[in-house]
Structure formats: C-alpha cells, structure tokens
Design a protein around this ligand. Structure first.
Ligand code: HEM
Length: 425
C-alpha cells in the first residue's frame, strides 16, 4: 500500500530505485529515506520480498518470532544450481539449522552453548592479546607510510582472533579468507555460475578441514573453542536426550562463527576509517581524546551496519504499516536503513562521534538472535582504533589504488579496496 510520491527527495518514489543495482548498493540513503517516508514496507518489484526500513517496525518484528521466522534456508535456495555444484555439496555434510536459521525452541539449545563459549570473562581476558595482534599488524607496514588497509589490517585482525579462539594454527589461516568469502557470497545469492562452483569447492574444503580438526581435538583436547564444542553435551532438540554435537551441527556452528565474525568486523573497521578520514576534525578529536573511542565505535557501527539486512520468513499472514504480507513471503529487515531512521537519529547520514544515542543502533540485531559476537567485535574495534590513532596520523585515502564502492551483496556490506597513506605519529 504505497503512498503517492509526494514527500520524497526531489519528488522521487520507490520505483525510481533498483535495490539490487550497484548504484543503490553504493549509496542507498536517498532510497531509504523515500521508503521510510512513503513505503516503509515495500514489495521489491518482481520478487516476494518485502523490505522493511523503519526502526520501530523492525524492532517489533524481531520480537515476534512466532510469525517471523529465521528459518529462511528453503526460501533462499533459488533456482536449482548446476549439477556440478550440487555434486560438490553432496560430497560433504548437509546443512542443519542451528543458530541464524533456527527458531525457538530449537534455537535455544545451540544459543545456550554459544553463549557459554563467548562468555564475558573469556572476551575480557582477550584485550591484551588483541592489542598484541593489532600492534604487530601495524608494525608490518608503518615504516612504508602506506598500506593496503583491508589486506594488511582489517582482514587479518578478526581472522587471527577467531582462528586463535577456535584453535586453528596461524600457519593454516591462509585459506580462511577464501572460505569465508565464499560463505558470504553464497548467503547473498548473487554469485555467477562460475563463482558458485568456486564457492562450493571452498565450502567443502572448509568442512573437511574442520572435520579433521574436530577429530584431532577429541583425541588431544586443548584450551580452545573447538575442544569445548566437541566435548560438550546438548539436549537433543528432537529427542530431549543429552548427547554430543554431531558433525553436521559442529559444521554449522563453526561456519557461522567464522563467517559472521570476519566480514562484518573487517567492514566495520574499514568503513569507520573512511568516515574518519572524511571527517578530519573528528579524527583529530579522537586522537586527542581517546576516551571518546568507545562512543565513536558505536557511531561507526550505526553508520556502517555491516550486516546491512537480514531475512525473516512470514509464517502466517501479517500486517505491518497497513500492508498485508501473505504467509510464505520473505522480509528483508534493513538494519542499515533503520540505523539511519530520522525518527531516532538526527542528521543520520553525518558521522557524529559524540552522538548521545549512538548506542541505540541495531547493527547487532536484537532479540533472541542478537549477535553473540557483539562483545568480541566491539573490543576488536576499540583496540584497533586506539592503536591506529595513537601510531598513525594524517591518514589519507590513496585514490588511485582504492575502490570505495561496495561488494555486490545485499546482506553483508563492505568496501572493496582501501589503500591508505599516513605519517608516523
Ligand atoms: C561488527 C561485527 C559484527 C556485526 C555487525 C554483526 C551483526 C550481527 C547481526 C545483525 C546478527 C543478527 C542476525 C539476525 O537478526 O538474524 C548477528 C548474529 C550472529 N553473529 Fe554477529 N556480527 C558481528 C560480529 C560477530 C562476531 C565477531 C561473531 C563471532 C565470532 C558473530 C557471530 C554471530 C552469530 C553466530 C550470529 C547468529 C546468532 C543467532 O542466530 O542466535 N558476529 N550478528
């Protein structure tokens, strides 16, 4: 039930935008504003996807897990993949719903487990160790006065942290990025046929690697998350009996811990650095007053929202903002738009590191699926910006080498290439 296009910027209406185009992905803000004003629940043309952009609507939907389900695997299957792709996946473990695609009560079994693994004392105890990683990464490029920021800093940081936590040796970390990229691309459903084959091969390679790793940890336990996961018992969601996690469940949890934590943290720090470069006075304020960094991190999370949108499946007919949503439809909850909703955030497209309500963002979602890695990601971001701002100054984007456009992905939002020049501080 779209209102007439009377209030949009320059008289625009939703149909003037193509959500899936590179242009809109790069700069969706005008589109979000038009939607929030005219069609807060918008059926994307040619699809059964309703995009929800208002903060208040998204918060309501997140609370109602009976009507709005996370079990979106079937809906996203898309057209039958090439037989080559199907055969590759068939050679390994099949997906099961554990966290992100599980609904209550099943979700609770796995979530309790992950909450135990990601407890506050474990994450707090990691601060010094994170600082060591961050300084080592900076040491590797600081003398050059320039760096490939994504490859040399924002990608390795979360990969090293999660790999160390899982117990993967540094020497074996090199394939992580490829695997992680393939998971992310598969989630977005925007891969070409050739990329689908590449992704299937990477995902299966990941599975075999971790299956072997789980076997090793069963025989030779260590103080790491994989050891915790293989040795723990859960109440089986189907039978209620206590038992160990099976390999499908282990694969599902490990995949999510790896993918969810890597791309997102990389994109948050990368995008945050670009925003600060574009706002040099705020960069200077942070350098002079590092105590402002925690709030700046929240503001960066609000602005970047690396998990830019997540799916929900409509389990029974529903109505939001007067729009009838039939059972079986897909919702795209646009967290990125909600975090720029003028009803809550003034001048939402401006970075304001002192914004009083920056922390009201929903970059980590809300409700039962609230990101279990939020504490870890926040700590990584704080430690990273503290070290970068204390050791580097006069940061600039190397325009010739950088590409500040975004990857073609509607679920995970990240800048493609960022090369920096700087002076030592
Ligand atoms: C800046 C970094 C991060 C952002 C922006 C982010 C964002 C999110 C969001 C929005 C959700 C909720 C999804 C939904 O509504 O369905 C989520 C869930 C999740 N995140 Fe994160 N995340 C980040 C870092 C991490 C890290 C470091 C980890 C783990 C190492 C992690 C693991 C997960 C998992 C496993 C879930 C699923 C939880 C569930 O369904 O119960 N995330 N994340």
């Amino acid at each position: 039930m779209t209102k007439p296009a009377v209030n949009g910027p320059a008289g625009k209406c939703p149909a003037d935008f193509d959500f899936f185009s590179q242009q809109t992905l790069n700069c969706p803000y005008e589109f979000y504003k038009v939607l929030q004003e005219q069609a807060p629940v918008y059926l994307l043309p040619g699809t059964n996807i309703f995009m929800v952009t208002r903060y208040s609507d998204i918060k309501k939907i997140l609370k109602n897990t009976q009507t709005f389900s996370n079990n979106f695997t079937e809906q996203l299957k898309g057209p039958e993949p090439d037989p080559e792709v199907t055969a590759i996946y068939a050679s390994a473990w099949q997906p099961v719903d554990t966290l992100i695609t599980a609904d209550p009560p099943r979700h609770r079994t796995y979530r309790t487990l992950v909450n135990k693994v990601f407890n506050a004392s474990r994450v707090n105890a990691m601060e010094d160790y994170m600082r060591t990683i961050v300084h080592e990464l900076i040491d590797n490029f600081i003398e050059r006065g320039e760096c490939d920021f994504i490859r040399e800093f924002t990608t390795p940081l979360p990969v090293y942290v999660i790999a160390d936590q899982l117990g993967v040796p540094r020497s074996e970390v090199k394939d992580f990025k490829n695997w992680s990229d393939s998971f992310a691309r598969r989630l977005s459903q925007m891969a070409t046929p050739e990329e689908q084959v590449e992704d299937a091969e990477n995902i299966v390679a990941f599975q075999f690697y971790f299956a072997e790793m789980c076997d090793r940890r069963r025989k030779d336990p260590r103080d790491d998350m994989i050891t915790d996961l293989v040795n723990t018992e859960i109440e089986c969601p189907d039978t209620g009996e206590m038992r160990a996690l099976n390999m499908e469940e282990l694969q599902s949890l490990l995949q999510q811990l790896m993918v969810a934590g890597n791309e997102t943290t990389t994109s948050a720090i990368t995008g945050g650095m670009v925003s600060l470069i574009q706002n040099p006075q705020q960069m200077r304020d942070l350098q002079e007053h590092p105590e402002l960094i925690p709030n700046a991190v929240e503001e960066i999370l609000r602005m970047e929202t690396p998990s830019s949108g997540l799916w929900r499946v409509v389990k029974k007919d529903a109505e939001i903002e007067g729009v009838h949503i039939p059972q079986g439809s897909l919702l795209m909850l646009r967290y990125h738009a909600a975090n720029r909703d003028r009803d809550l955030f003034q001048q939402p497209n401006d970075l304001d590191i002192a914004r009083e309500n920056a922390n009201d963002h929903i970059a980590f979602g809300q409700g039962i699926h609230f990101c279990p890695g939020a504490m870890l990601a926040r700590k990584e971001m704080n430690v990273a910006f503290c070290a970068l701002l204390s050791r580097l100054t006069n940061m600039q984007v190397d325009e010739e080498k950088s590409d500040l456009s975004y990857w073609p992905n509607i679920v995970l939002r990240g800048i493609k290439e960022l090369h920096l020049t700087f002076n030592k501080r």
